[in-house]
Design a protein around this ligand. Sequence first.
Ligand code: KIV
Ligand code: ZN
Length: 549
Amino acid sequence: MTVPADPHRVVLFDTTLRDGEQSPGIALNTAEKLEIAHQLGRLGVDVIEAGFPIASPGDFAAVQAIARADLEGGPVVAALARAQAGDIDRAGEAIRDAAAQGRGRIHTFISTSDIHIEHQMRNTRADVLEGAKAAVAHARSLVGDVEFSPMDATRSDPEFTAQVLQVAIDEGATTINVPDTVGYATPDEYAAFLTRLYALTPGLRDVVLSVHCHDDLGLAVPNTLAGLGAGARQVECAVNGLGERAGNTALEEIIMLLHTRRDLLGYTTGAVTTEIARTSRLVSRLTGYAVQPNKAIVGRNAFSHESGIHQDGVLKDRSTFEIMDPASVGIDDAEQLVLGKHSGRAALKDALEKLGYRLDGQALRQAFDTFKEVADRKKQVTAMDLEALVADELRADADGAAFSLVSYTVEVRSDDRPPHASVVIESPDGGRVSGGFTGDGPVDALFRALDSAVAVDARLREYRVEAVTGGQDALAQVSVVVELGTAGSALRTQLPGVERGERVTGAGQAVDTDTIRASAIAYLRALNAGVAAIAAARPDDAPLTDPGP
Ligand code: KIV
Ligand code: ZN
């Protein structure tokens, strides 16, 4: 990707699938990542950072699948790599198919702050300079589109950072990204830092300058805007502001800020703003990260008016208290779509297409069966329900090679008996195992019965139940995060590389009209995710020589 011809055009770089996936408890499978990538294509982002291929075989497979997919708008697919030959080779291989069409990018990074150099990497500035030079040269030997990031840039010496950037540019970097890795900068300070880098780095005007801001002090969006003011033309962001710790710049916020205040700011993007609400809901469903109700742009209260004065004003003229039309972010579309138990397959297909899902053949048949089951229990099936059900089908597809629920019984507390649950599950080798437990409550008993069937030592970290829509017959969406220990577990004999007694986290979600059933499936999926994370661990337990981003 070269410098855009229009000086006001801002390149949208989405890192939901990389930095966003680094949020604790998020573990998306390839099918889910592909679904998000397709939606990001429809939303019109320019670059999708699809993952960190060296991190695990699963990450590699997902980046490769996205690089091979026919995404709407043909966005660039980027893969992250530390400044090491092995990482860069793996990233290059993962994006090879996109690169063959001129839309593959390697994004390589190395820390430039003395804090990281001394305390984390334990090397020298000279090593960093050499590492950056070799990394960019190697990446350029594989692809024409190379992004370089000096990690922890905003706490780095500007003279040294500029030296590193110039080396990266001389070796062929086409985008230079300046991350505020720890979310420490203030807007004025960030803009001044970028201005200083422009002054100190002669080649910086010949490449795209990018900003990547974290929200530790709630300044990710203001810092991103300040970066644009200083000359950056690529913004790195994530849907719903997901990302490491407090997250990244929220994609929907920066898009709508530039769109709504174009009169003042003058920037343009390629975003199809009406896809924003759908993208936010999809990401929230698949990650299990709920959107806070008062979140800008995509929170459920973002366009609702509570006070009488506001309601009165909006009824007379929406512009009295609304600076954006809800339809401009796609909120109205979803509300209009309603199906019932007499709706046929064609109506379902059409509704799904309106929601951005193109299902045919077996996938459509399966979706139709699920829809009929739900429509029998629920009077109206809304767009939100359909989205939740389709997201659940994606998860069910991924369950193929893992433990799956065969049956369960849960007895609630009665006068003479504490709550008890028993379960039967099918294990990956096709055999059946059962478990039972008497717990503090029915959900506790159910989860512990599943632990005993899978033979793991698991601790429940998060358990959330949300109603997909309002109403008594609403679908329940359950999210579970477990921490899994392998010490003393029977899994040690079943899986390679689990002797270490480490703990991993696994997340799972499920949707059903029955909350208990959704809880059982979500919990089992979380156990499966934890087990898969252990199985995917490097056989030699070799730590990555440098920590990841
Ligand atoms: O925050 C950060 O510094 C990063 C880099 C890998 C760009 O995510
Ligand atoms: Zn980051």
